[in-house]
Design a binder for this molecule. Structure first.
Ligand code: SDX
Length: 428
């Protein structure tokens, strides 16, 4: 006997089916709500609303659990490569040796972008934020592959588009950095691994070949894995809803890049470092800044703190916090920002304001400190988040398409003026 939920509206009782997921999460299926009751639900920010069922990522906010296709993030971050995790998220299973080799080979041979794109970069001012460049460059890729706009193209063509994106995003990211520095572009090298190739494109110079430090490459691999997917977050939901109109994958991912840019979302990793620098420059009075974060009349918020789902701890923040100590020690980097971050975390977690609201460090709180140690410039932090999140966005888009989900089009409750007649300008 399937479970149901009863709703009573204006004295009439209605029953709706209850959907139960593989981890026993429950949802009231309201697909027929408006048709049977004439009512809709309303839920700004979708805090209580599921947009879909999904088999990609599982979060348990109360217990700080994060799994990609059932595999705990702790194991993947420790043992997998980023391309292995990308394959897992997109195709649903960890790749066999030959599957991974074929996937890596396909990615490797598509790392170049069309030479014409160099002119696009050169048109940007040096101070152009790389997320603005990234969003437009990703959408511009669709103009070089018009066939990607056919919603009915075969599986192989869709795979090619997915692989092209995973291959080219690091190239575009590095080009946006080189353009901002007014340094010459560095081309991808097929003999390098995914992370090493990105680092080489970022830091090699015509005068001096960059030798990727294994510690840096390993730290980058771990950070990309930790950012790879996070179920129906703001940017993934954006990718799904744009894709639901049958806009091509490049356009859908470009929309995800734009959504991620916001400081309440992926832009928080840049905002955290700017916040820590501001606190340090202000004399490091942590109690003062924690009080500001609690003050409703003060727009200041503790960036990198709080989460829509994690009300206990973000497992990614725990892993990154530990990695901070390891990476900075191995690289021999001293960063006062790390000490400030740790003290800030300690003060906040002993403060009832944060504890009562379930506000803990999230993925963005410590990640910027590692990026800084890897010599990634602050304005590139959110680009790094996008590099990691790309396979998750692709997996979410693919699932939406394969499930033949309808175009996303929420309803509303109108609260504006009732009907009124036009008044000529001389009578207003
Ligand atoms: C990411 O969704 C995802 O999965 C996202 C992400 C992913 O991997 O895709 O995990 C990545 O975006 C992480 C979050 C990065 N953003 C930040 O670090 C920005 C700072 N944090 C917040 O602005 C906030 O916590 C959000 C946006 C993350 C969550 O906001 P919610 O769920 O809408 O919660 P809320 O704003 O309603 O806050 C609830 C209460 C409020 O106080 P009261 O009205 O109850 O008195 O907590 C307070 C808020 O004022 N609060 C904070 C706070 N975050 C929430 N107070 C001070 N500092 C903060 N950081």
């Amino acid at each position: 006997m399937s479970e149901t939920a009863k709703i009573e509206i204006e004295g009439k009782s209605y029953e709706f089916p209850v959907v139960t997921g593989s981890e026993n999460e429950k949802a009231i299926d309201i697909k027929k709500l408006r048709g049977t009751t004439g009512c809709i639900t309303i839920d700004p920010g979708f805090k209580n609303t599921g947009s879909t069922t999904s088999a990609i990522t599982y979060l348990d906010g109360e217990n700080g659990i994060l799994r990609y296709r059932g595999y705990p993030i702790e194991q993947l971050a420790e043992k997998a490569t980023f391309l292995e995790v990308a394959f897992l998220l997109i195709y649903g299973e960890l790749p066999t040796k030959s599957e991974l080799e074929n996937f890596q080979e396909s990615i490797t041979k598509h790392t170049l972008v069309h030479e014409d794109m160099k002119q696009f970069f050169e048109a940007y001012p040096a101070k152009a934020h790389p997320m603005g460049v990234m969003a437009s460059m990703v959408c511009s890729l669709s103009t070089f592959y018009p066939e990607s706009q056919d919603p009915n193209r075969p599986k192989e063509a869709i795979d090619l588009t997915m692989h092209r994106l995973i291959a080219k995003l690091p190239t575009l990211a590095a080009m946006s950095y080189k353009n901002a520095m007014r340094h010459p572009f560095v081309y991808p090298k097929n003999e390098l691994g995914y992370c090493e190739n990105f680092l080489n494109m970022m830091f090699s110079m015509p005068t001096e070949e960059y030798t990727p430090d294994p510690v840096v490459a390993e730290a980058l691999n771990k950070l990309l894995i930790l950012h790879a997917d996070h179920e129906q977050n703001c940017s993934a939901s954006t990718v799904r809803i744009v894709g639901s109109s049958q806009a091509n994958l490049y356009a859908s991912i470009s929309a995800g890049v734009s959504a991620l840019w916001g400081p309440l979302h992926g832009g928080a990793n840049q905002a955290v470092i700017e916040m820590l620098d501001k606190i340090q420059a202000d004399g490091g009075d942590l109690e003062k800044w924690v009080a500001k974060a609690k003050d409703k009349n003060d727009p200041f918020r503790l960036m990198g703190f709080g989460h829509r789902v994690y009300k206990n701890f973000d497992p990614r923040a725990k892993i990154i916090k530990k990695a901070c100590d390891d990476v900075l020690e191995k690289l021999g980097v001293e960063d006062p920002a790390l000490d400030i971050a740790k003290k800030l975390e300690k003060i906040a977690l002993e403060d009832p304001y944060f504890v009562e609201r379930g506000l803990y460090p999230n993925v963005d709180f410590y990640s910027g400190i590692i990026y800084k140690a890897l010599n990634i410039p602050t304005e590139m932090f959110t680009v790094m988040f996008a590099l990691g999140r790309l396979p998750g966005w692709i997996a979410q888009w693919k699932e939406m398409v394969e499930n033949k989900e309808p175009i996303g089009r929420p309803r509303q409750i109108y609260t504006g003026e009732n009907q009124r007649d036009y008044v000529s300008i001389d009578k207003r």
